[in-house]
Design a binder for this molecule. Structure first.
Ligand code: SF4
Length: 488
């Protein structure tokens, strides 16, 4: 069985559509942030910021080796350690070694999709360490042994009633549905863990090469504690998440907070990098930055897909996507859901394996309109589908479904030949007759075509094709005109 056949996309998408709580959460986030961002970009006088940031992102990507090397030099000059991990296994092994060497017992985490990408938690837990998420949403997900379903709102599929019951069970508090009470309970539980943690592991919104600092945006304050209170701070960074200069970073930050939550600026922006310096009131004894490649160099080398590395992970494309808005994030089975996930997951983890993701998107183009950095996801979705249709040894894609490919080849031949097309229409008109119900609609089709009528009725093919009706109408009109001329 191929990876494509094993995909859980359809099953999980159906589950998402049937989940009322998820549907309500998705509707709220899309109405507020998706429509809000569209409105914002449409109403705001374009000062060129989006284009400037896109340009600087692409320039940085084109000089990525130089920019990363400047970042590494500056971090090392400040006493930090930098490790370049070619693969996920490599990155996990480095983190494990740092933790074991420092006799870490308790790890606090924050803001790290890359840790999910490389599967870090299970390895640290297997070493006997206690790993705790400190972002409120991720903490709830961890308590429920659940999976995140949105890049910036990981528990959008849960309502406060469910969270209340979960807290009652796991934190041993009276059941409550009140957000302030629930937040206080999480805060009390996390504060104790944060005070005792040996190691903080965070992601990295961006790194700035010229200063040797990484930036982390948050609205909860947990990042400041996770990065400064434990003895060790280890930051995980995809190699593309770097800005060459502070000025580049400023534009990226502005677009990130706008795109993510329509904020001018998030509540906290932390710049960290390097261990505590003499005279610093706080900070870690050791700082490690792990630059993770894990397939990104291959994307970088391909001009067709390089642009996706300019993504600033704001999540705006999820908030507008009609497909994500129905199926939710779990169906993508990747740390990166939504339209960005439908492009980046196949590229990072295998195009054939994640074929359903890029085939499931609607190509409506809303993600391109809302993306603060104007990343052309629809173009790349089509490029991925092309690789699936025709195969591409460079990306190890095999032709996806030969029957489907044959079907489309036949279709191409038919529509390129007028007589063959008309004959096919006539045959289809006859074949559809037994399926037309009394209401005049096709309610059920046979074989693989039955998927089309599982959730909707189809109108039958017209008894007289449009081309013939047009010809008739045109010739009648022409006759009428010529008789008017004759009579006139
Ligand atoms: S593709 Fe654009 S909209 Fe989507 S997460 Fe990335 S930057 Fe945000």
């Amino acid at each position: 069985m191929s990876d494509v056949e094993k995909s859980a996309y359809r099953r999980d998408a159906r589950r998402g559509i049937d989940d009322e709580c998820l549907q309500s959460g998705l509707q709220k986030i899309q109405n507020r942030f998706g429509k809000g961002a569209m409105h914002y970009w449409a109403e705001t006088a374009d000062d060129g910021l989006r284009d400037r940031v896109k340009k600087s992102r692409m320039e940085t990507l084109e000089n990525l080796d130089v920019v990363l090397s400047m970042l590494a030099d500056n971090i090392e000059a400040a006493g930090g350690h930098v490790y370049y991990a070619r693969t996920a296994e490599d990155a996990v092994d480095y983190c494990r070694r740092v933790a074991v060497k420092n006799e870490v017992k308790s790890v606090v985490k924050g803001k790290s999709m890359t840790s999910a990408e490389i599967g870090l938690d299970a390895v640290l837990e297997a070493e006997g360490m206690e790993v705790t998420e400190t972002d409120l949403g991720e903490f709830i997900i961890q308590l429920g042994e659940d999976r995140p379903s949105h890049i910036i709102a990981p528990c959008i599929h849960l309502d406060r009633q469910r969270i209340g019951r979960l807290f009652q069970e796991k934190l041993d508090i009276p059941c409550s549905e009140e957000p302030p009470e629930l937040t206080q309970a999480a805060r009390r539980a996390l504060r104790k863990i944060l005070l005792e943690a040996d190691m903080g592991i965070t992601g990295c919104n961006f790194a700035v090469a010229e200063t040797g600092k990484i930036s982390l945006v948050s609205n909860e304050g947990n990042i400041r504690m996770s990065t400064t209170m434990p003895r060790i701070h280890l930051a995980l960074m995809g190699i593309e998440r770097v800005a060459a200069t502070m000025s580049d970073h400023q534009g990226m930050l502005q677009l990130l907070t706008r795109g993510a939550a329509l904020q001018k600026l998030s509540t906290y922006v932390s710049f960290v990098g390097g261990p505590r310096q003499p005279g610093d009131p706080d900070g870690p004894e050791e700082f490690h930055l792990v630059m993770i490649d894990n397939g990104r160099s291959r994307i970088l080398a391909d001009e067709e897909f390089r642009e996706v590395l300019a993504c600033i992970r704001c999540g705006a494309c999820l908030n507008i996507c009609p497909v994500y808005g129905k199926i939710g994030g779990h169906a993508y089975n990747s740390p990166y859901p939504g339209p960005i996930g439908a492009v980046v997951s196949p590229l990072l983890f295998g195009i054939n394996r994640y074929a359903d993701l890029c085939k499931g998107e609607s190509l409506c183009g809303a993600c391109l309109d809302v993306c603060p950095v104007r990343i052309d996801l629809p173009r790349m979705l089509l490029a991925l589908r092309r690789k699936l249709a025709y195969g591409d040894p460079a990306w190890q894609t095999t032709r996806h479904k030969w029957l489907e490919a044959m079907g489309f080849r036949l279709w191409r031949t038919l529509i390129a030949s007028g007589p063959a097309y008309r004959l096919a229409l006539r045959c289809a008109g006859l074949l559809q007759k037994p399926f037309i119900s009394k209401s005049g609609m096709i309610k059920k089709m046979a074989g693989p075509a039955s998927a089309w009528t599982r959730d909707r009725d189809l109108p039958p093919l017209a008894s007289e094709p449009f081309s013939r009706r047009w010809k008739k109408k045109y010739s009648q009109a022409a006759k009428a005109t010529s008789s008017e001329v004759d009579n006139g």
